[in-house]
Design a protein around this ligand. Structure first.
Ligand code: AMP
Length: 615
């Protein structure tokens, strides 16, 4: 398959980086506006140094300034930055000049509550103008935002507030899920109950005025009277811009820290040259600000590139299967970013809804977040390709914040393969003792050296950051299993650890297990991922219940109660699809639960070597 016009020549990009890596990143950084120049492009350590790295040291830069003033200075002030389509049918557009005023008002409001450079602000908001503008407002004053997906439950939110030590929470009172109202304020109130660190909660009220408590302030009332002028803080290149929590193998989510400098340089470079953003392009990413894609390629990337984007709240198949294609036609969208789960959703509705809309503007559909199964990719190529669009895969993760592997729009597509290593990203596929595997053999995916757009540390836990770097394996351990072909295409097959990927969302088995353990009927639990035709994986929980093993109606009742309990504590994305009650869990002699065995048994597969099992 061959698709799309030439974006940027992969080989030339690769040559230009490998000839002079620092010179390459120096040139990439010069595309942005700096208040003060850097003295050194990179100071980079590999696994021997625990992966310590700094980029553009001494330079002063601000992410929000580069998204807003820089574009206004280039004459884009009257260009539409954002077309919002909100779930209740409301549509609103903002020019770059208008975004600057809105963001500045919120920034001044945050300052009026005493928020200053380095303070952490939790943003618990749906994909709304207020959500995106609040993130930009934090970056503008050098405060560190930490967005929590407005679908996570009170325990998940509370943990993040405490870990970040956030003095302020900015939230909405409600989000809408397929037409239903979800009371976010009630979740916030449960999360902050007894937490004295939170001084103020700024509430964007979307529903008819819910009564506010003593710590609560009304967003509109506080923001509207503020001045629309707020000069951007001259933050250091290495100052944190945000913390984004993600799941790992322990039950405790990790606060991934990204900075103003290297992050901005990388996101801008990839937005322009990998995602091929051109003058007059209209971008649309279907992610949410709660995820890294929503940070890099909704809140920051499109505005760093100075293009117009569509932002839409709501599921891609709601209220009907044609909504995505109708909006592409309405706004003449040129470039779209979504997840394979959405493509599988489109497949389920058949090509009919595509055929009845004009999607001729669409040049490329980028997919990421989970393995893109060849069947779904080929379906999309068949049905979008005939309208002119290329469909390509790219691979990255919260910690790296932008693509590490990608198929460029002008490259030959290999279904099942995410693409080639992005120039600047040095990858290896190795055995557990660190030997590189031959092409065509699977192994652990490693990044040999840091890139500027990757995390600097884990908030409050530098040792956890260092633990990503393995001397034995020779680099940063992605946690994924991959295979490379002779031409350098890499397929990412899945995780090598106890982390699940449900509809492109990363969920730690340990988090779900811990949530189950807080239910009084649960003695022990083990969670595994099973293949799911739509969402890639679904969650199955094995539970040892208190008392006799439940059966019949009692089992069905307890299963429903446990699913509801996980939904209530962690949020709907983490809820198991199925709970099975067992008398005991398979364990190694050292007491570790062997999830692999439970999964193999459920799938009717061979369990492999079980010689180290206790029973
Ligand atoms: P997150 O940090 O939540 O974005 O999840 C990152 C994880 O999603 C990666 O470590 C992979 O396991 C998976 N992933 C992301 N993109 C892809 C892709 N294109 N192909 C296969 N797996 C992917």
């Amino acid at each position: 398959m061959r698709a799309g016009a030439l974006v940027v020549d992969y080989d030339e990009w690769h040559r230009s980086w490998s000839r002079d890596p620092d010179g390459f990143w120096d040139a990439a950084a010069r595309e942005l506006t700096w208040f003060e120049p850097w003295s050194r492009v990179s100071e980079v350590g590999g696994p021997e140094q625990g992966g310590a790295h700094r980029w553009f040291a001494g330079g002063k830069i601000n992410l929000s300034y580069n998204c807003l003033e820089r574009n206004i200075e280039r004459g884009f002030g009257e260009r539409v930055a954002l077309h919002f389509e909100l779930e209740r049918g409301e549509a609103r557009s903002f020019t770059y000049a208008e975004v600057l005023s809105e963001v500045s008002r919120i920034a001044n409001c945050l300052k009026s509550f005493g928020i200053a450079k380095g303070d952490r602000v939790i943003v618990y908001m749906p994909l709304t103008p207020q959500g995106i503008f609040t993130m930009q407002a934090c970056a503008r004053i050098g405060a560190i935002h930490s967005v929590v997906y407005a679908g996570m439950g009170p325990d998940a939110l509370r943990h993040r507030i405490e870990d970040a030590g956030a003095r302020m929470v900015v939230c909405a009172d409600a989000t809408y899920r397929r037409g239903k109202v979800v009371d976010l304020l009630a979740i916030v109130d449960r999360a902050i109950d007894g937490l004295s660190v939170v001084e103020n909660v700024l509430v964007h009220r979307r529903e008819a005025a819910a009564p506010l408590g003593t710590r609560h302030r009304d967003f509109e009332n506080c923001v509207r009277p503020q001045s629309p002028v707020c000069p951007a803080e001259h933050t250091d290149a290495e100052d944190p811009a945000f913390i984004l929590y993600t799941s790992g193998t322990s039950g405790k989510p990790k606060g991934v820290v990204h900075v103003h400098g290297g992050y901005g340089v990388g996101v801008h470079l990839l937005m322009r040259h990998y995602y091929d953003t051109r003058e007059n392009d209209v971008w649309w990413s279907t992610s949410d600000i709660g995820w890294i894609v929503g940070h890099s390629y909704i809140c920051y990337g499109p505005m760093l590139a100075g293009c117009t984007q569509v932002v839409r709240e709501g599921a891609p198949d709601w209220p009907d299967a044609g909504v995505v294609w109708s909006l592409i036609g309405k706004y003449r969208v040129t470039t779209m970013f979504t997840a394979p789960t959405a493509v599988r959703m489109f497949m389920r509705s058949g090509p009919g809804p595509i055929e009845t809309h004009d999607i001729s503007s669409l040049r490329v559909l980028y997919c990421a977040g989970e393995p893109f199964n060849p069947e779904a990719q080929e379906w999309a190529v068949r049905h979008l390709g005939k309208h002119g669009a290329a469909v390509v895969d790219n691979y990255w993760q919260t910690e790296i914040a932008s693509p590490m592997i990608g198929t460029f729009a002008a490259m030959t597509v290999r279904p099942g393969f995410a693409g080639k290593a992005i120039p600047g990203v040095e990858l290896a596929i190795v055995t557990p003792d660190g030997r590189e595997v031959p092409d065509g053999h699977g192994g652990l995916l490693i990044m040999k050296r840091p890139v500027p757009y990757m995390m600097r540390t884990i908030w409050g836990d530098p040792a956890r950051y260092q633990s990503y770097w393995s001397k034995t394996l020779g680099g940063y351990v992605t946690g994924d299993i991959a295979v490379r072909d002779a031409e350098g295409y890499i397929a990412v097959l899945g995780r090598s650890d106890d982390v699940l990927n449900v509809a492109g969302h990363r969920i730690g088995t340990a988090e779900v297990e811990s949530a189950l353990l807080t239910h009084p009927a649960v003695v022990e639990s083990a969670v595994v991922g099973l293949p799911d035709p739509l969402r890639g994986e679904c969650i199955m929980a094995f539970v040892v219940a208190k008392g006799p093993e439940p059966a019949g109606d009692a089992a069905a009742g307890l299963e429903a109660a446990l699913i509801a309990h996980v939904r209530d504590t962690l949020g709907p994305i983490a809820q198991p699809s199925k709970v099975a009650f067992v008398a005991s869990l398979p364990k190694t002699r050292s007491g570790k639960i062997v999830r692999r065995l439970l999964k193999a048994r459920e799938l009717g597969q061979d369990a492999g070597d079980i010689s180290t099992l206790e029973d």
